[in-house]
Design a binder for this molecule. Structure first.
Ligand SMILES: Cc1ncc(COP(=O)(O)O)c(C=O)c1O
Length: 288
């Protein structure tokens, strides 16, 4: 089990991977990134993650490396790490240059890949669910820092999670400035009303999660009616069951919202079906 780093063309151990203190990723969070996992050693949804990275880079007018360079960097770092299963983080920053906000000051982008052993939530979190909190911290508006862009600027999410953690909860659920449900600090949220699965619409302003999209496809395959919409927080509080999605965690049931248990023991019937189907999807990915 090891952690290996690709940095601008070289693969090293973490202690030898050093970036400039003038790197804009470090100074301003002026970067884009993706986090993915392997299943059976195969990268899960690599194409979708790369596509989103290029969309994020384009939204920030950040010149990304060529796709073949990125693919090779990821594959080589993964092979060098040699883990049974890996967590992989791909980061592209605008690079370093004279200190100042003007993007014209940036010289060459910095490309970084971190491959390390995959650590999943504990078995009891999967079998018993996690507690979430609807926090006061608002999700940034699309006109401020567009949440659909996966940038390294994460203070909004960090502050939201800190608020949930202070209350002893596992994840923060943020609403937009109109009070509509948006997303978790590093996850998307789904909930159940009757036989329907609901999740906030992308138009609210949230990350188009790769796992969110997979779950939408899974639900369609299972014949489950899905509504993507603009919902107030009471809809989550009053749901019969709910779950979070993210690339590392997959599908993780929610057991309580704001300290109030949801009526169905987590994971509920819908969550269980979706978790099983997602596990089957990961097994398919493992076949390559
Ligand atoms: C803000 C935010 N929303 C949602 C997600 C889930 O996205 P994905 O399923 O692509 O991992 C993440 C993942 O890190 C995130 O940071």
């Amino acid at each position: 089990m090891s952690t290996r780093i690709y940095l601008n063309g070289s693969i090293t151990g973490p202690e030898d991977a050093k970036i400039s203190i003038f790197d804009r990723g470090f100074l301003y969070g002026d970067s884009v990134y993706e986090v993915m996992r392997t299943s059976g050693g195969q990268l899960v949804d690599l194409d979708r993650h790369l596509m989103r990275l290029y969309e994020s880079a384009s939204a920030l007018a950040l010149p990304p490396p060529q796709e073949d360079v990125l693919r090779k960097a990821i594959v080589d770092t993964l092979a060098s790490a040699g883990n049974e299963e890996s967590y992989v983080r791909l980061v592209v920053t605008r690079g370093s240059g004279e200190v100042g906000l003007d993007t014209a000051l940036a010289e060459l982008p910095t490309t970084l890949v971190i491959a390390k052993p995959l650590v999943l939530p504990t078995a009891s979190m999967y079998s018993g669910g996690v507690r979430v909190r609807l926090v006061n911290v608002q999700r940034t508006s699309a006109k401020a820092m567009d949440p659909s862009v996966k940038s390294g600027n994460y203070l909004n999410n960090i502050m939201a999670l800190a608020e949930a953690k202070r209350a002893g909860d596992y994840e923060a659920i943020m609403c937009d400035r109109d009070g509509l449900l948006a997303e978790g600090s590093s996850s998307n949220v789904f909930f159940v009303e009757g036989t329907r699965l609901l999740t906030p619409n992308l138009s609210v302003g949230l990350l188009a999660g790769i796992t969110r999209q997979r779950v939408l496809e899974i639900a369609e395959g299972l014949g489950v009616a899905v509504e993507q919409g603009r919902f107030g927080p009471e809809r989550l509080r009053d749901a019969s069951e709910a779950f979070l999605t993210s690339s590392i965690r997959g599908v993780l049931a929610i057991t309580a919202v704001d300290g109030e248990p949801l009526p169905t023991a987590a994971p509920g019937p819908m969550g269980t079906r979706v978790m099983q189907a997602y596990a089957a999807f990961l097994e398919e990915e493992a076949l390559g």
